[in-house]
Design a protein around this ligand. Sequence first.
Ligand code: ADP
Length: 478
Amino acid sequence: MWFSFSLFAIVVVLILAVVQNALLDSRYREHQVERLKTAGEEVQKLSLGADKEETGKILFDVCRRSGVRGYLLYEDGNSVFPEITDRKSYFELTKTLKKEFGEDKESVTFSDENELFYAVETELEGRSCYLCMNSSLQPLGEFENALGLISLVTVLVAIVLAFVASAFVAVFVTKPVMAVTERAKALARGDFSKDFKENYFYREINELSDALDYACTEISKTDRMQKELIANVSHDFKTPLTMIKAYASMIREISGDDKEKRDNHAKIIIDETDRLAALVGDVLDLSKIRAGVTEDGRTVFNLSEEVYRVVNRFDFLKETAGYVIETEIEDDLYISANRDRIGQVLYNLIGNAVNYTGEDKKVTVKLFKAGENSRFEVKDTGKGIRKEDLETIWDRYYRSGEAHQRPVQGTGLGLSIVKGILEAHGYPFGVESEEGKGSCFWAEFFPPPAEESGEENSDGQATLPKEKEKKERIGGGV
Ligand code: ADP
């Protein structure tokens, strides 16, 4: 990082120096030419019609004021001004001037390594001569050297600053990011013990570690639940299997000839097989729901009818065990959802209410319009749910310890399935419970989108059920 910072700084400074030099060079030349030109024009203007002596004075004056040098030379190389003649050098200069002017130029600008010249052809006392202004380029060279030094110092300062900046970044950004990465890797390996939270300098890194902490908690929760589920389900597989094996052996060895005993034992085997089948079915359902399968197969259907249909499935309990299921169901409430899955939700919730209701064996099922939504509620009069269990009953593979004889077969996965289905559909749900008084499980269903309203029949065409037909299909409360 230090290397790239330094390289970046050096490149920037170098580019700056090169551009500056190039610009400076051309700007300085332009400026000098302008100065020489102005001075030359001034001399020409002032000396118009003046004699040799006067012109020399004017030239001297203008040169002094403008800080440039000036020469007035005849074409043969003799000098008018300055009067002190260094014939040889003036000859050289005149030769150069002649060459620069060529045929038809009025003025020329040229330079050698150290000097800049500007010259015009003019006339003095009827003789043509050159007025040549000249200045040194030396200050530019000196200035460029100074600039080079400044650039060098800047590069050194930039390298030091780059070092400081990279050290800062390393301490406050790279190191924390590396630490967080290390922990994230541990998390990926299934080590949930590491805590991401630390007080980092940058808010963004703090937010990242918060998000990872949250992910860590959630993943560890799911992981724990998964392990718990596997452990409990395998345990629950084992019990019926042991029973089945034991009773099958008993039939073979002891009760085979005794019809009454054999029937009893066979019944136990059948019951246990049912339990196993239910458990396998629920585990499969749960894994499907968790994989998001329920999101498919949405249709618009009459929820009121579906609630009646499910309630009717519990009819046998009123005859055999004296249960009372009261219903307050508003007609013709439609929703758009996976009908079978919603049926499963209703069945599990009503089944639980039947299982856990109180001595009076009373359960109340309600469906009504709550604003735009349809709200389903099922109430029982049982002993309720402890406050600390209210959250966990939805997630855990939960079996109450009591040897409570339940009228409806439960596998301990019912509420997990309910939660999975309702969450996949995006419907809100919950439970209100008062210990000793009973519980009320509820779910709210959104109305179908406007363009979908109508029930889908087997041809996939949307039609509303006919009034008469509907009344026939609906069974009353028990
Ligand atoms: P189970 O097969 O055990 O009923 P569920 O997932 O349906 O499995 O329910 C989980 C647990 O939540 C139950 O074991 C029970 O302790 C509690 N529970 C569910 N419904 C009720 C209810 N209506 N009243 C009291 N407790 C309930």
